[in-house]
Write a protein that binds this ligand. Sequence first.
Ligand SMILES: *[C@@H]1O[C@H](CO)[C@@H](O)[C@H](O)[C@H]1NC(C)=O
Ligand SMILES: *[C@@H]1O[C@H](CO)[C@@H](O)[C@H](O)[C@H]1NC(C)=O
Ligand SMILES: *[C@@H]1O[C@H](CO)[C@@H](O)[C@H](O)[C@H]1NC(C)=O
Ligand SMILES: *[C@@H]1O[C@H](CO)[C@@H](O)[C@H](O)[C@H]1NC(C)=O
Ligand SMILES: *[C@@H]1O[C@H](CO)[C@@H](O)[C@H](O)[C@H]1NC(C)=O
Ligand SMILES: *[C@@H]1O[C@H](CO)[C@@H](O)[C@H](O)[C@H]1NC(C)=O
Ligand SMILES: *[C@@H]1O[C@H](CO)[C@@H](O)[C@H](O)[C@H]1NC(C)=O
Ligand SMILES: *[C@@H]1O[C@H](CO)[C@@H](O)[C@H](O)[C@H]1NC(C)=O
Ligand SMILES: *[C@@H]1O[C@H](CO)[C@@H](O)[C@H](O)[C@H]1NC(C)=O
Ligand SMILES: *[C@@H]1O[C@H](CO)[C@@H](O)[C@H](O)[C@H]1NC(C)=O
Ligand SMILES: *[C@@H]1O[C@H](CO)[C@@H](O)[C@H](O)[C@H]1NC(C)=O
Ligand SMILES: *[C@@H]1O[C@H](CO)[C@@H](O)[C@H](O)[C@H]1NC(C)=O
Length: 727
Amino acid sequence: MGRNFVSCAVALYAGLSSVAALTPEGMISANRYGVATPNPTGDFALLTISKYSFEKHKQSSKWAKLDLKTGNISDWEGASGVSEFVFIGPSPSSILYVNGSNAEDDGGISLYFGDALAIGDAKLVASIPAPLSGLKAALTPSGDINFLLSGQAYPNGTAYNEQLATKPASAARIYTALYPRLWDHWLTPQKNAVFGGTLKKGAAPSNGTYGTGSSYSFAGKLANYVTGICNVTCAESPVDQEGDETDYDLAPDGSKLVFRSKDIDLSLSNYTSTPLYIVPFTGTSEDAVLLNPRGAPPYPDAQGYSTAPKFSPKGDKIAYFQQNGINYESDRRILYVANPDAKNAEITKLAGKWDRSPASLAWAKDGQTLFVQASDLGRDRIFSVPTTADDDFVPKNITDEGTPAGFHVIPSGLLVSDSKIWSSRDIYTVSTTGEPLKTYLQANRVDPELAGLGPEDVSEFYYATNSSEIKQQAWVVYPEGFDKSKKYPLAFLVHGGPQGSWANSFSLRWNLKAWADQGYVVVAPNPTASFGWGQNLTDAIAGKWGSYPYWDLVHAWKYVNETLDYVDTTRGIEAGASFGGYMTNWIAGQEMGKWFKALVTHDGVTQTLGAYNSDELWFMDHDYLGPYNASGMVPGSPYYDWNPLLYSDQWTTPHFVVHNELDYRLPVSEGILLFNLLQTKGIPSKFLSFPDEDHLTIKPENSLVWHTEIYKWINFYSGVSNATSPY
Ligand SMILES: *[C@@H]1O[C@H](CO)[C@@H](O)[C@H](O)[C@H]1NC(C)=O
Ligand SMILES: *[C@@H]1O[C@H](CO)[C@@H](O)[C@H](O)[C@H]1NC(C)=O
Ligand SMILES: *[C@@H]1O[C@H](CO)[C@@H](O)[C@H](O)[C@H]1NC(C)=O
Ligand SMILES: *[C@@H]1O[C@H](CO)[C@@H](O)[C@H](O)[C@H]1NC(C)=O
Ligand SMILES: *[C@@H]1O[C@H](CO)[C@@H](O)[C@H](O)[C@H]1NC(C)=O
Ligand SMILES: *[C@@H]1O[C@H](CO)[C@@H](O)[C@H](O)[C@H]1NC(C)=O
Ligand SMILES: *[C@@H]1O[C@H](CO)[C@@H](O)[C@H](O)[C@H]1NC(C)=O
Ligand SMILES: *[C@@H]1O[C@H](CO)[C@@H](O)[C@H](O)[C@H]1NC(C)=O
Ligand SMILES: *[C@@H]1O[C@H](CO)[C@@H](O)[C@H](O)[C@H]1NC(C)=O
Ligand SMILES: *[C@@H]1O[C@H](CO)[C@@H](O)[C@H](O)[C@H]1NC(C)=O
Ligand SMILES: *[C@@H]1O[C@H](CO)[C@@H](O)[C@H](O)[C@H]1NC(C)=O
Ligand SMILES: *[C@@H]1O[C@H](CO)[C@@H](O)[C@H](O)[C@H]1NC(C)=O
């Protein structure tokens, strides 16, 4: 990659008038922008930009510096090797950063302290003999830096470093309890833990190898706050797979930390329950106390996931979200504020009746307001919630289009990094009351691969259906050069979850515009179970997998058939992943299966019992109204009623099957069963599997094959291509 492809892209901007389709190659190899992280005074922000080259078969990544005054984006000089950083220290550009390697070359990492504007002068302050990440840091009143990092630990609490570990003679795995594996890996005795260390102000000890010449030194001692809290299970933070560095936070004076862990009294596979623990920084796991013990007053119903704990700027409060449902991952997240210093935590619920499910959060500088992001009518909007909000308070959104990947509070308001169906990254500022201030980047206006994409490529409609009182929404995405007097075949896409949504966001998987630009009008409905239209719509799918969402899709399709003159439904195709794959397999055996020329199932469910091969059993227990049992496999039970396999004699539509080998969410046997049956019945079908991908297909070269093979299939059957065979 050229040193300067950002500036280079900016220079190209003027020449980007010609409209080109979004191709799979273009989409996968276009710039990928991280989240812009501002310095404390809001003068500049730093972000990563990476790019994949199909010529070199290599991903390259670099840091960019965005000047928030001038809007200039330039290379962050000297920062290669920086894997993450926090602003901390005497000046507004002082940083502590993680260098992903260390001088010992033992698989560990190192910490450096310096000035972001002169990174070449940064000094090594600590060498950590394990691959830890997720840096948080705070200046203590005595001028030291307390930091947190996380990573795997041995059961004895020592940080685990795979490179230094002794391999056992046999690779055997033995389990005596539920939850042998998760997502794409088998569980081992090593669990995630949060570690803390102190960088002492002043010169390094005379014997010190580290920190010589710098203003901080590290004595090498790491505290483990998590491993050791054990009962039925051991505590783990970040929570495996779904957790990250937002699972823990450090008080602004470095005196204590908060972290979340699955409930140690419960089976991990059966329950989502995830309380928060508070520990003094100088303590250990033995000093960890529960902030919000399950079933305790004042909110005994709060039993499920707690997420995103965050100290207020003064450190006198912790804000977090919690769900009520103890075995339901998609219950409404409710915002709470707790006092970390009170004996009983003094927990207060904010906007408790608000019918939205907020996720990430940030505190206003004055600690009086929280900014939260929530799915809202097909977008992810940022809302402000005052700490005085009562139960009936309805928060107001301060952003509109798009889906934020992250946002930060700066003196003038919020710095938001989001994406939209037509742009992989927009970076802008907005005031805390919702006035747009300044736009810094719109990827569709600088990246040649996205040239010509814009809001005019997208519209939406609401349709009436018989499963819900409210009308439901569907996105419509038009192909390149769209002319509404012409007719385009329909690409009808069903989202996964089933609790989830098609949102106004740009994704490298199931990118609606990339599908459209093959020559389709894409219709992407948000049926029963979708996020953003209130909790009732999300919840209504429990026990109804083959009825409500199916009826909704029938109504959405009929709306298209009757209303959108530019859509040719007789040449339509349907595709979906995960629950969308389940629904594709369900559709295949129903009346609707005959309305499509071809179907695509990615990592779906072929038989309901097969879904019980999954990792997190609470999921099926919740959505199928209890665990599977043989005597319950009769009409009236969701396992029986909504089993796609029972309708396989009705299958006739050509069907493309993708199922990845590392998918432990829905194991590959589901895809093989589907393909075997399709072949046995003589139905045109094709099977694609990646041995190195899980529930999602991520790697650029794999993703290209995924798109190429699937598009070849649908384009043949819809007549978009002139190919003489779908293979
Ligand atoms: C923007 O950055 C480039 C490269 O760092 C520099 O040459 C140019 O002068 C800057 N422009 C402005 C307006 O600051
Ligand atoms: C990262 O660490 C390596 C040694 O492990 C060193 O050579 C390199 O200069 C460091 N880079 C930065 C940006 O600190
Ligand atoms: C913890 O266990 C690992 C693996 O058995 C071992 O290498 C390490 O020395 C132990 N640490 C302590 C402090 O005992
Ligand atoms: C270096 O000296 C300090 C005291 O100044 C001591 O605590 C530490 O253990 C010593 N480190 C080594 C590696 O000898
Ligand atoms: C362990 O589980 C028992 C039984 O559920 C419970 O009474 C006890 O409080 C738990 N201990 C800890 C440390 O959570
Ligand atoms: C998990 O939940 C199922 C269904 O509720 C129950 O039968 C089973 O005993 C539970 N297992 C554990 C370890 O809690
Ligand atoms: C808030 O959302 C509404 C749609 O519900 C939108 O019309 C409005 O512009 C948004 N407000 C702001 C400040 O972005
Ligand atoms: C959600 O459903 C419950 C129970 O059916 C009902 O009482 C409530 O009014 C519904 N809420 C909304 C916002 O429709
Ligand atoms: C709802 O509509 C679907 C699709 O037209 C139909 O199959 C189903 O029977 C209807 N359900 C009810 C309760 O009317
Ligand atoms: C789709 O619309 C056409 C034209 O109005 C109509 O003939 C056909 O029956 C409709 N298809 C279905 C399945 O409703
Ligand atoms: C089996 O499942 C059915 C349907 O979900 C349920 O009604 C029944 O109580 C279950 N029986 C046993 C023995 O768990
Ligand atoms: C299909 O063939 C026609 C006639 O040969 C040609 O004009 C058209 O460009 C071809 N379309 C594609 C997608 O190859």
